[in-house]
Design a protein around this ligand. Structure first.
Ligand code: 6PG
Length: 244
């Protein structure tokens, strides 16, 4: 897979580069169609990027009143739960920027998973139906050590989904249910930015970028936008196994 790959010297440099990409994407989208629709990733990697975007130095670089925030996935837990992706983004970013509450579209992880997925799909379709909408401008994604991204797990039906935009999914019968965007809506985005950090991801990053395409086994390989860009922002530790 020929990827638009930026290898940064450290996790801090990765966060800085990702924040810069977020700011540029927001500026371009707002200049082009008056708003910026972004789907945030969960997990730990994006935390430093979100913290940076909320600093005094950067907070005014984004016109937050024109930003619509979504999530690429959410755990089926209440919004104040330690595992909630909404809680992580609220604490690191949303409570520190002047974004109207109406622009924050959290997944109702506290509800029944199938219902939460249906409701979120309706929210997404309404948001993207507006003249300024059309598609998500930026989707932030991480990469799990099993090759998952968002909550698209190996062997999961959501990986192959081409119609529904939002589905309930779980890694295994013993795992917590999650709500995830599917490749159907992710691949329609204008830009997808993977953030991958740490030596623990070196092996899986090499497999996703260099092995033959087998999305059922490596769901991150299902991310191939029809008319958009995929960028990988990785640190040197995560890039250690990539071919020169
Ligand atoms: C989540 C994320 C998930 C994450 C990867 C990487 O809800 O956890 O959406 O896809 O991005 O598992 O997680 P880390 O950034 O913590 O390594």
């Amino acid at each position: 897979m020929l990827a638009d790959l930026a290898v940064l010297p450290s996790a801090a440099a990765l966060a800085d580069a990702a924040a810069g990409r977020f700011i540029t994407a927001a500026r371009d989208a707002i200049a082009s169609h008056g708003q910026f629709i972004v789907a945030l990733s969960g997990g730990s990697t994006p935390r430093d990027t979100y913290l940076l975007l909320g600093t005094e130095a950067l907070v005014s670089r984004v016109m937050w009143s024109r930003v619509q925030v979504l999530w690429g996935d959410e755990r089926c837990v209440p919004p104040d739960h330690i595992e909630s992706n909404y809680r992580m983004a609220r604490e690191t970013l949303l409570d520190r920027v002047p974004i109207p509450a109406a622009n924050v579209h959290r997944v109702h992880g506290e509800d029944d998973p199938a219902t939460a997925a249906e409701v979120y799909e309706a929210t997404l379709r309404a948001l993207l139906r507006t003249p300024a909408g059309g598609r998500i401008d930026l989707v932030l994604l991480g990469l799990g050590e099993d090759g998952h991204t968002a909550s698209l797990f190996p062997g999961n039906a959501a990986v192959q989904e081409r119609t529904r935009w939002v589905m309930a999914a779980r890694a295994s019968a013993a795992s917590v249910w999650r709500i995830t965007l599917t490749p159907a809506v992710i691949n329609a985005a204008a830009e997808i930015l993977f953030l991958v950090s740490g030596g623990g991801k070196a092996g899986i990053l090499r497999r996703v970028l260099e092995d033959p395409r087998r999305p059922q086994e490596l769901p991150a390989q299902a991310i191939a936008p029809s008319n958009g860009r995929v960028r990988w922002c990785v640190d040197a530790a995560a890039a250690a196994d990539l071919s020169p």
